[in-house]
Design a protein. Structure first.
Length: 181
């Protein structure tokens, strides 16, 4: 198996790989085009970024600056909004439902690096998908860690670090994020 195939299969892979380097370079070019394009509220994102993404529904808006690792693993429903400074490290599938919104500097991480320092230095990591339901609000500065699912209509408070699944309709705050009340 190639390193990309291992990544896509959810197995340990080496991120220091020429094919993966090429995919990240393509993403950097598309993100740069998006981040330096003339603002157009109706377009929502530069054509290069829209073409990079796995898919994006209508009326999505990604404010600049934005960063993603690959882009091709990002799947957005309709009406998704990302405020300025958001980052998605999409080594695995990131599925975001219709109408979900992200405050400034919100981050989604799919990559989990090896805990052993020797393996980590060799570039070993594993990719875990992140799924975010419909009409979810993710507050500014929040971090969503690998493998997390957030249910429909949930709220993630500003600055929360989401380490575990969040039930539909639940509000979580803090580090690590925990249900309010």
């Amino acid at each position: 198996m190639t390193e990309r195939e291992k990544m896509e299969a959810g197995e340990w892979y080496c991120c220091l790989d020429p094919e993966l380097d090429g995919l990240r370079a393509t993403a950097r070019r598309a993100v740069h085009a998006h981040n330096t394009s003339e603002p157009d509220g109706r377009a929502g994102m530069a054509p290069a970024l829209r073409a990079l993404l796995g898919n994006a529904g209508h009326d999505c808006l990604i404010e600049a600056p934005f960063h993603c690792a690959y882009g091709l693993n990002i799947h957005l429903g309709s009406g998704v909004y990302f405020n300025a400074g958001c980052t998605i490290l999409d080594t695995a599938r990131v599925q975001i439902g219709d109408g979900s919104m992200f405050g400034p500097q919100a981050q989604i991480y799919c990559a989990q690096h090896a805990k052993d320092p020797v393996d980590r230095a060799r570039g070993l990591e594993i990719a875990r998908p992140v799924t975010i339901g419909q009409n979810v609000w993710v507050g500014g500065g929040s971090i969503i860690l690998p493998g997390v699912t957030i249910g429909d209509h949930a709220i993630v408070g500003a600055g929360a670090v989401v380490t575990k699944d969040v039930a539909a309709g639940c509000t979580v705050i803090g580090n690590p994020a925990r249900a309010m009340g």
